[in-house]
Design a protein around this ligand. Structure first.
Ligand code: SF4
Ligand code: FE
Length: 485
């Protein structure tokens, strides 16, 4: 692993020259810009943890390609134990950042592409798997952060990629050359894109035979010519951009992942970085496997966030003098219950992992979809209870400028002070943290990240084994198995 520490990761980002826009201006250094540095810091913990004895077993793995120690975020899962370690690692990182640390998307892209390229080669005699292994070895050796890029803009959703008035609504190959391909289009909502080293792009929907040019998987450095990144706005970003350390929620990290629109404007991809080109029948497995891996993660990273939120609410109750009240204890109990229920499904889909023909392990896809579906409800319920317990001051609290103001500062302190002996700043900081973790962009991520709820429901229905369940009912009722439906 060439990049060993969080500091080295930041240093490596400073050597890249990506084109990044934010609020109409270029960002030249993501490690120093106030909009991006919180996300850089969160991602840097994926490096830092691997150097700490306490977390080394979770944060590193042995590469099945080289036998060397690598960062787990570049590893192809070789067993259910690997899947479990990943889940545990994500929860720890969620606890330490209170935010999205972004690197899992690339990890999931790596795992999905690994198993799918193997199967493409088995069927078509291509050499995508060997190309991918060479690229992955480079990623592992260098310890690079990869942004998984799946979601296309999709244009008119009643039409497929090849039927769009604007063919660029889905990333596609515009030209094939002897030494590579040229791609055009965009990927939206790409987590961690501006502070990754590489982008791994995959199709976002199952494709028909007429959509060959859209069936493309490839990797490019984030500063490849023709790649433009447009960093999205988030709730509270003005507070953060002005350097407000209390009002932004937390002094070091963001509340969400830091997403960007990634535009490929006739980007040349050398052949050795093309991992699928035209094999439309494999677009469904790549989407399905990537989505399942990422959905499995949500019961871990989000429970890490909920741990922080539950801790904040519990301490706030102590600060406000409500900790002994039975309804407060009851609501905190409910928050813990929902949080641990989510975690159980992440663990369950990992324990039930299965080997693909390539040897890479997949999570149980039904349980992974159930996990993410529950996140879209339970995280909201946990947030609702947190807001309930925090009280109305959450919405009316004066700013940190007033808190620190020479004249009104003492008055703000006097009237936000609650239980004797606890500094009023603690209450203010807790309120701001809870505000950041329950409002604005944070919960949208839980709803739509890793796919919107309906995407999970489609898969849950599809994998529901209804025929088998009908047979069970028929058997109990002694209705002939092959009788009328
Ligand atoms: Fe990882 Fe969670 Fe962020 Fe997805 S939302 S990248 S699983 S931390
Ligand atoms: Fe996400």
């Amino acid at each position: 692993m060439k990049i060993k520490s969080g500091a080295q990761y930041m240093e490596s980002l400073r050597r890249l020259r990506p084109v990044i826009y934010y609020k109409g201006e270029r960002i030249h250094d993501v490690t120093r810009h106030p909009a991006t540095v919180p996300h850089v810091r969160a991602a840097s913990l994926t490096y830092a943890l691997s150097t700490q004895e306490e977390y080394r077993d979770l944060a590193t793995a042995t590469s099945h390609l080289t036998g060397r120690t690598i960062n787990r975020f570049t590893h192809v899962h070789q067993s259910p134990e690997d899947l479990i370690k990943k889940i545990k690692l994500l929860r720890v990182l969620g606890q330490k950042t209170g935010s999205c640390f972004q690197r899992c998307v690339g990890l999931d892209g790596i795992n999905a592409t690994y198993s799918v390229t193997y199967e493409i080669d088995q069927k078509h005699g291509t050499d995508y798997f060997e190309r991918f292994k060479r690229w992955l070895t480079y990623i592992q050796e260098e310890n690079l952060m990869v942004a998984g890029a799946m979601t296309d803009p999709k244009g008119d959703r009643s039409k497929g990629p090849e039927e769009q008035a604007d063919p660029d609504q889905y990333v596609h190959v515009v030209e094939r050359k002897a030494d590579g391909i040229i791609v055009r289009g965009a990927k939206l909502h790409i987590t961690g894109a501006v502070n990754s080293h590489e982008i791994l792009a995959m199709p976002t929907v199952a494709l028909g035979e007429n959509a060959r040019d859209y069936a493309v998987i490839f990797a490019v450095p984030i500063d490849a010519p023709g790649v433009t990144l447009i960093f999205g706005r988030q709730a509270n970003d003005d507070r953060r951009d002005r350097g407000e350390r209390i009002d932004a929620g937390t002094p070091s990290f963001g509340a969400v992942g830091g997403e960007a629109m990634v535009i490929f404007d006739d980007v040349f991809v050398p052949a050795e970085r093309v991992f699928m080109d035209g094999q439309t029948e494999f677009s469904n497995p790549i989407v399905y496997r990537f989505a399942a891996h990422h959905r499995a993660n949500y019961g871990a990273c989000k429970t890490g966030l909920m741990d922080v939120l539950i801790g904040a609410v519990t301490y706030l109750a102590q600060v406000q003098g409500t900790a002994r009240s039975s309804h407060v204890r009851e609501k905190i109990t409910e928050m813990i219950h929902l949080c641990e229920t989510l975690y159980s499904s992440s663990v369950a889909c990992s324990v039930e992992g299965w080997p693909t023909p390539s040897g890479a392990y997949m999570v149980d896809t039904m349980l992974a979809n159930v996990c993410k579906q529950n996140v879209t409800r339970f995280h909201f319920e946990v947030a609702r209870l947190a807001v309930d317990l925090a009280g109305g001051l959450l919405a009316t609290l004066p700013s940190e400028h007033d808190l620190h103001h020479q004249e009104v500062g003492p008055l703000v302190r006097k009237y936000v002070r609650a239980v004797e002996g606890i500094p009023p700043e603690h209450r203010v900081k807790l309120m701001r943290l809870i505000e950041a973790m329950t409002g604005g962009t944070a919960l949208v991520e839980s709803m739509h990240g890793a796919g919107s709820p309906q995407a999970q429901r489609i898969m849950i229905f599809r994998e529901g084994k209804l025929e088998e369940k009908i047979r069970l009912a028929k058997a109990l009722l002694r209705i002939p198995r092959d009788g009328p439906p």
